[in-house]
Design a binder for this molecule. Structure first.
Ligand code: PLP
Length: 397
């Protein structure tokens, strides 16, 4: 997945353009900047590639989620449905605006189970936030139907699946708003960065203002601009955006490499009976950033993971025991450990997750192993890896 593996001349050249002007900020300094507008350029390139009307760059993927929710008017006491298997950023962004994270089971897609989503809806629900984990997507049609019927927003976290698609639409562009991360380990990187895409004119205008202290960005005198509503600072720097300008041009090249490597590994282990692969919803195309598969039992999955690592097959993950990606280890959320007092709405409405039953998620995640697909592998390395994976797994099941 990581675009940093192929950091090269085009990235350096884009950054050099910014260094030559010395204008490291995306707004203002029109006279000094020698017509270099890297953040703006990346927004245009992203909207073009994702086939949306608009894109808004921000400082991180977590910021993208926060700004997306805020831009759609989500706030204190609103409930946002999110999966048990994701990154902590999901509930961080929800809590940041005073909203309430409602955890819901995942299924064999490793993403939100639509039936479980429907069951979790209350009069306070505002948003369904699927997370396209490990390069593949949620069952977006089913989720959109639910959102339409209950008048909810669909906000896609496509941070780990940029370049994948569903029913011909780039992931992130199917829902009302879509979010990307360009942090250092994502498929394309800015070092740090994130983005929101949408076709909604109001949301994008809100995102533009909100991510820059409420600045309305009218005119050419920053100090004279007005602030139609309260905002915050989630700006990206021109240096980070410059790296992204180079990387977005390489996205399709990266996806091609990932698909190649993924296909070699998958073909090697596919013939092993008792190994099953995550379900990709009909109409979906992965971005191939991970190969995820199920062992027959939790015990065998644990054994297989240990054996793969021992055999030198690195960059594999057993998410069930992971501190950052699965609800079981989120004791800071379960025990509501915040530095300062949380909004009263959150304290009143947050479910007691120590008593929650997510055994349906456990049944899938407990049996899942995901292997990261690297861009920098040589053909020889991928083939060697395929042989090792096959050997280790065939012996176990
Ligand atoms: C990386 C990631 C984020 C957060 O992105 P940052 O840029 O690191 O803040 C959010 N959601 C998912 C699924 C991610 O993988």
């Amino acid at each position: 997945m990581p675009g940093f593996e192929l950091f090269g001349e085009s990235e350096k050249s884009q950054v050099q353009d910014v260094l030559d002007t010395g204008v490291l900020m995306r707004y203002g300094f029109d006279g000094m900047r020698n017509n270099q507008w890297k953040a703006l350029e990346l927004e245009k390139a992203l909207a073009l590639r994702m086939n949306t009307k608009h894109a808004q760059l921000v400082s991180s993927g977590t910021a993208a989620l926060t700004v997306a929710l805020a831009s759609a008017g989500v706030g204190a006491g609103d409930e946002v449905i999110m999966p048990t298997f994701t990154f902590v950023a999901s509930f961080e962004s929800i809590l940041a605006i005073g909203a309430v994270p409602i955890l819901v089971d995942v299924d064999d897609t490793l993403t939100l189970n639509p039936a479980a989503v429907e069951k979790a809806i209350t009069s306070k629900t505002k948003v369904v936030m699927p997370v396209h984990m490990c390069g593949s997507m949620a069952d977006l049609k089913a989720l959109k139907d639910i959102c339409d019927r209950h008048n909810l927003l669909l906000v896609e976290d496509a941070c780990q699946a940029i370049g994948g698609s569903y029913e011909g639409k780039p992931l992130g562009s199917y829902g009302d708003l879509g979010c990307f991360s360009f942090d250092y380990v994502k498929t394309i990187t800015c070092g740090e960065g994130g983005a929101i895409i949408t076709n909604n004119d109001t949301y994008i205008s809100n995102a533009d203002h909100y991510s820059d202290h409420g600045h309305d960005h009218v005119g050419t005198d920053r100090g004279a601009e007005t602030h139609p509503f309260l905002g915050y600072n989630f700006r990206i720097s021109e240096l980070n955006a410059a790296v992204g300008c180079a990387q977005i041009q390489r996205l399709d090249e990266f996806l091609e490499i990932q698909k190649n490597h993924y296909t070699i590994l998958k073909s090697a282990i596919e013939p092993i009976s008792n190994i099953a692969f995550r379900r990709v919803p009909t109409g979906g195309v992965e971005n191939y950033s991970f190969l995820s598969f199920f062992l027959p039992t939790e015990q065998l999955a644990k054994k297989a993971y240990t054996a793969l690592i021992a055999a030198g097959v690195d960059a594999c993950f057993y998410w069930f025991d992971n501190n950052w990606h699965y609800y079981k280890k989120w004791e800071h959320l379960t025990n509501v450990k915040s530095l300062g007092k949380l909004p009263q709405e959150v304290l009143n409405q947050l479910p007691d997750y120590s008593k929650a039953d997510f055994s349906k998620s456990d049944a899938w995640i407990g049996r899942t192993i995901s292997c990261l697909i690297k861009l920098s592998w040589t053909d020889e390395q991928v083939n060697e890896r395929a042989v090792k994976m096959k050997e280790v797994l065939a012996k176990l099941v």
